[in-house]
Design a protein around this ligand. Structure first.
Ligand SMILES: Nc1ncnc2c1ncn2[C@@H]1O[C@H](COP(=O)(O)OP(=O)(O)OP(=O)(O)O)[C@@H](O)[C@H]1O
Length: 254
């Protein structure tokens, strides 16, 4: 593990079904401040990898170091402390429909931070303004469009000032205009709060728009990491094919 690594995964192996590994001797180092996209076809294990980093899935073998801690060896209270330093936005937003947008965002801060009441209120206001959703503060999530719900999900993941944020398919299912709004918003908020961001996607074009550095996941392994130019210079026929042939763009977009 390198001293400056914020995430260090070594020889990770995980199967849900016997003899069918989803993660297979996977190695990955992510440096502090390095935003990274993990790109791979549908079913290649991207969500499973995020869950391993979060500590929700304990891999059958390998070591997982996150924010300076070895996840496998943590006691419950240490694990929940570590969890509070991370933000996660799931594909469907995972918002509570019995709360308003404002209450959903406040709920994250009440549970994950020691921010005082006035600070929490000020953050809700400022984050909603940044993503042009001030008018939606008192609506419930089911009254919002998919793109709006997604933006609220990101606010909820980022409003706690996490050291590490994990975003699962941030733009899947969004139209091109909303995709651009969401990517700009992620950059803007990420720059403001200085969080290391890891996004996963199966869409090649958006992968490089989230972050200049992309790690390619195939058959449970990271087979290359770098800018598009660096990945093409690897001269790996599968990577070249994947990055240059449009029909390999797997994201389910409308
Ligand atoms: N809890 C589980 N039980 C059994 N199999 C699972 C479980 N979670 C994931 N899998 C399987 O593991 C494989 C990888 O799934 P995962 O969701 O990590 O892939 P993904 O790359 O995120 O896919 P997508 O892009 O479609 O969201 C798939 O074959 C999936 O069916």
């Amino acid at each position: 593990m390198q001293a400056s690594s914020i995430v260090s995964l070594h020889e990770i192996h995980h199967s849900f079904l016997q003899n069918k590994p989803v993660l297979n001797e996977l190695n990955l180092e992510i440096q502090k401040g390095e935003s990274l996209t993990i790109l791979g076809p549908g079913g290649s294990g991207k969500s499973t990898l995020l869950k391993v980093i979060l500590g929700i899935i304990k891999p059958q073998s390998g070591s997982v170091h996150v924010l300076g801690k070895t996840i496998n060896t943590l006691k419950n209270d240490e694990r929940s402390k570590l969890f509070k330093k991370m933000g996660m936005a799931f594909q469907q937003g995972a918002l509570f429909d019995f709360m308003t947008v404002r209450e959903n965002i406040l709920f994250a801060m009440e549970n994950m931070t020691d921010f005082k009441k006035e600070e929490r209120e000020a953050k809700v206001k400022s984050f909603l303004e940044q993503v042009l959703l001030s008018h939606a503060a008192d609506k419930i999530p089911s009254e919002l469009s998919g793109g709006m719900r997604r933006r609220v999900g990101f606010i909820r993941a980022l409003v706690t000032n996490p050291e590490l944020a994990l975003l699962d398919e941030p733009t899947a299912g969004l139209d091109p205009v909303t995709t651009t709004i969401v990517i700009d918003m992620i950059h803007k908020i990420g720059n403001n709060i200085g969080t290391t961001m890891i996004s996963v996607t199966s869409n090649i074009d958006v992968a490089f728009r989230f972050a200049p550095n992309v790690a390619i996941l195939k058959d449970g392994k990271i087979i290359g990491k770098g800018t598009k130019e660096q990945l093409l210079e690897l001269n790996d026929p599968w990577i070249t094919n994947f990055l240059t042939i449009r029909k390999h763009n797997f994201e389910r977009e409308i």
